[in-house]
Design a protein around this ligand. Structure first.
Ligand SMILES: Cc1ncc(COP(=O)(O)O)c(C=O)c1O
Length: 443
């Protein structure tokens, strides 16, 4: 068990009579109805995590904006929007999705280092809550679009607090050398230069230190630095009304291994309680912590083979379906849907101590050595045709999937108790070439 045993029930995927279930449905029957590979989401799990965050932070009543880059399916966005969530978007495409899913514009915040002019226009016309600005040149671009349209917007400056979140270097976003935001020291001159723009009202600060942030301390450091900055800006006449502290709360990739919402709240809320009483509005942008544990990637073993002393399970899902193992060297717990000999895992962990496990590399079908889902794992013996579940795959799974090697994208399905809905149909070969032209279009 990990160091956070207080939240065993991170999801509604569990083995019953030796067979993996998602809420009220077993994954064998889901596979027979929807095929493989497929992403299976538990709606109860997603809603539970949103609720846990809301309850943990209730004292400072933040605007919770689900970070839809983590899982951008319309039905998932709608599920969360209907439960009251706002959305954090980072492109015109995500803004389109958030609105199409029924999220109120007044609950949408928009970040991103490279917003284009059409995207800025789209955001201003939509009337979103907060536009997070990441550079001086971007502010100038936003101000000029706002002037042309005669539409104003509340803006937050994304600052780089230079905090190490101790996560993978690709997802470390708040250190000085990262491309995001402006140095905290430059914030004052930024406000001095742009703080009085009548349309782009610079009235917030934004930070996002990384993802996943597996300890709570980096938030305490980041928030303290942001509050110091708020005070020195206030002394120069710039009132900060919004503090957006970004996302990055961890998910439970191994049982009990990550802090939960209440742990993060325990360090963040005391720092902000008084400020909120004085009128500060706090924004949170959780993605992974809401949806990672709510999704499983369901794949089938196509072939098994032995090569030297190595055993491979070659699956119909690979790095094209779930990029995280190969891109971030991320760990995803994998286990058969109906494990041989009824070997149900006692927990999800890198090391499982059960007799008769086999050492295996779980790999995909692509022509890349980096195409794997799980390396050197001890799993119950599997045979051709067996179903395998890759757990905690709901975040940065489907949203990072690609059509590499011209393999159509998988299906996504949403389970609610005993009900199953296909929320994205499996792509076909025709879908692969839909935007291509044999002759080319002469322009
Ligand atoms: C600005 C911003 N906010 C929120 C998030 C969501 O992070 P997470 O899914 O870890 O909560 C990200 C992720 O990279 C981000 O860049």
């Amino acid at each position: 068990m990990g160091q956070y045993p207080h939240h065993l029930h991170m999801d509604h995927f569990e083995y019953r009579s030796g067979l993996l279930h998602c809420e009220g449905l077993d994954l064998e029957s889901i596979a027979s109805r929807c095929g493989t590979p497929s992403y299976i989401y538990s709606s109860r799990t997603a809603l539970d995590h949103l609720k846990r965050i809301r309850e943990a932070f209730v004292e400072i009543d933040p605007l919770i904006c689900f970070s839809i880059k983590s899982c951008s399916n319309l039905a998932i966005c709608r599920l969360l929007a209907t439960a009251g969530s706002g959305m954090d978007v980072v492109s015109g495409g995500e803004l389109f999705r958030a609105l199409a899913a029924g999220c109120e514009a007044a609950k949408i915040v928009y970040a991103g280092v490279g917003k284009t002019e059409p995207e800025i226009e789209q955001a201003l016309r939509a009337g979103i809550a907060l536009l997070n600005i990441e550079s001086e040149e971007e502010f100038v671009a936003v101000a000029s679009v706002a002037k042309r349209l005669g539409i104003g917007c509340a803006c937050a400056l994304r600052v780089n607090p230079d905090v190490d979140p101790h996560t993978h270097r690709y997802t470390t976003t708040g250190k000085r050398e990262s491309k995001f935001g402006v140095d905290i020291e430059r914030a004052k001159s930024f406000f001095a230069r742009f703080g009085k723009d009548p349309l782009c009202r610079l009235e917030g600060l934004h930070l996002h230190i990384g993802s996943p942030v597996g300890t709570t301390e980096p938030y305490a450091i980041g928030v303290r630095k942001a509050l110091e900055l708020c005070d020195s800006l206030a002394a120069e006449g710039h009132l900060i009304k919004w503090l957006d502290i970004g996302g990055g709360f961890a998910a439970d990739y191994e049982t009990g291994n990550s802090p939960c919402a209440a742990d993060y709240a325990a360090v963040i809320v005391p720092l902000l309680r008084e400020r909120v009483r004085q009128g500060l509005r706090v924004v949170l942008e959780p993605g992974r912590s809401i949806i990672a544990n709510a999704g499983v990637l369901l794949t089938r073993v196509l072939y098994r083979k032995q090569s030297g002393d190595k055993c491979f399970a070659i699956c119909d899902a690979g790095m094209n379906t779930l990029l995280r193992p190969s891109h971030y060297e991320a760990f995803h717990f994998a286990w058969p849907v109906r494990p041989a000999g009824g070997m149900v895992p006692p927990m999800r962990s890198k090391t499982i101590n059960l007799p008769n496990l086999e050492r295996v590399d779980v790999v995909g079908p692509l022509c890349e050595t980096g195409d794997f889902l799980a390396l050197d794992r001890r799993l119950p013996p599997m045979k051709q045709g067996d179903l395998l579940a890759i757990f905690a795959a709901g975040a940065y799974g489907m949203s990072m999937a690609s059509r590499y090697n011209s393999v159509p994208l998988p299906a996504e399905v949403l389970v609610h108790e005993n009900e199953l809905r296909i929320i994205r149909t499996r792509e076909t070969n025709e879908d692969l070439v839909r935007h291509e032209s044999l002759e080319g279009l002469l322009v």
